[in-house]
Design a binder for this molecule. Structure first.
Ligand SMILES: Nc1nc2c(ncn2[C@@H]2O[C@H](COP(=O)(O)OP(=O)(O)OP(=O)(O)O)[C@@H](O)[C@H]2O)c(=O)[nH]1
Length: 330
């Protein structure tokens, strides 16, 4: 699909303001959830909601949306970590996007944590679509004007740019889908340039090793390519490349502007650092993408074995833990 039809975005929201519920409605309206599950959902609403909520938080997700202009668009929804301490990781998820949906609970208004993530998004030059959610709640009626004023204050946007939504009932979601197409710009980038892809997250899969979630900025990533991580210069072969819906879908390549995953036989998550750039070993890009930083640990703990004989065992156990959790340093 042409790069003009891609929209990469994330959702910024305070806890409980409705990020997962809204993501669910987007998945439903774009029929990203298979029909079978849609039917099941009616039978067992609660469990599925929970399951999909987790899906959204565990990896980026691609949707296809046919807009009112008759064209089909690819939407890549990238989740931002919810915890304030992960501000660098949030900044990389934002860097992988061109836009952000700002979700504010109509009955709660703008909250501090939302503001810090929002400023990061504004700094990153993202197009912000402000959404007031939960407008179905009776308490929302008296609050909407106040919350609108807060948002205008914060963003300097016009009142008519703020969308009123109920992620619960689906009210306003069609308008939001159109706003994503119309207001969020398509990715820029040069398909002819050497590959530059940003790592914004990675997961450890016990069968496949590290699964890297990335956004291609320039060039293209194909299976069989010898890829190189800028931060440590290590070279691996791209074994599997694809996009993410509810599951991984192998596509063999990712073109400029696309979001997806890479499996390259990497066994240690420390080789795939958030914020690092992937290029090809044969035709490397001259410069990495901007903004790479070593992630700083936030929580420290001292451990020692009760019996000093067990020191090596403790060390081995920590080594294993470290292999699949990039946050652990010792
Ligand atoms: N009435 C009403 N409730 C909503 C709406 N959107 C979300 N909720 C409810 O608000 C609560 C929080 O919604 P979530 O979607 O889990 O919020 P979240 O922002 O993803 O929260 P975290 O997962 O904690 O970050 C849930 O009980 C939802 O059912 C809405 O439009 N109307």
């Amino acid at each position: 699909m042409s790069i003009d039809r891609i929209r990469n975005f994330c959702i910024i929201a305070h806890i409980d303001h409705g990020k997962s519920t809204l993501a669910d409605r987007l998945l439903e309206k774009t029929r990203t959830i298979p029909e079978r599950q849609m039917v099941e959902q009616v039978l067992d609403n609660m469990d599925l909601e929970r399951e999909r909520g987790i899906t959204i938080k565990s990896h980026p997700i691609q949707m296809r949306y046919t807009a009112k202009d008759g064209n089909e668009y690819i939407f890549n929804l990238i989740d931002t970590p919810g915890h304030v301490d992960f501000s660098y990781e949030v900044s990389r998820a934002l860097a992988a996007s061109e836009g952000a949906i700002l979700v504010v609970d109509a009955t709660q208004g703008v909250e501090a944590q939302t503001i810090s993530n929002l400023y990061m998004a504004v700094d990153a030059g993202l197009e912000i679509i402000p959404v007031i959610n939960k407008i179905d709640l009776p308490a929302a009626k008296t609050m909407i004007e106040t919350v609108k004023a807060q948002i205008i204050d914060l963003l300097g946007c016009r009142e008519d740019e703020i969308l009123l939504v109920s992620a619960k009932t689906g009210y306003g979601v069609d308008e939001l889908l159109e706003a994503i197409v119309q207001r969020i710009p398509p990715p820029k980038g040069n398909p002819e340039d050497p590959l530059r892809a940003l790592i914004f997250d990675s997961k450890y899969d016990s069968y496949r090793g590290v699964v890297v979630y990335l956004r291609v900025f320039d060039g293209e990533l194909k299976e069989g390519d010898k890829i190189m991580f800028f931060a440590n210069g290590k070279v691996f072969e791209a074994e599997e490349v694809g996009i993410l819906k509810l599951d991984r879908i192998r596509t063999g390549k990712l073109t400029t502007g696309m979001v997806g995953y890479l499996i390259a036989g990497v066994k240690d998550v420390h080789d795939t650092r958030v914020g690092d750039t992937i290029t090809t070993a044969n035709n490397p890009a001259k410069e990495p993408l901007p903004g790479y930083r070593e992630v700083k640990p936030m929580v420290y703990a001292g451990f020692y074995p009760a019996d000093s004989e067990n020191y090596q065992e403790l060390r081995d156990a920590l080594e294993k833990l470290r292999l699949n959790d990039a946050a652990i340093v010792f």
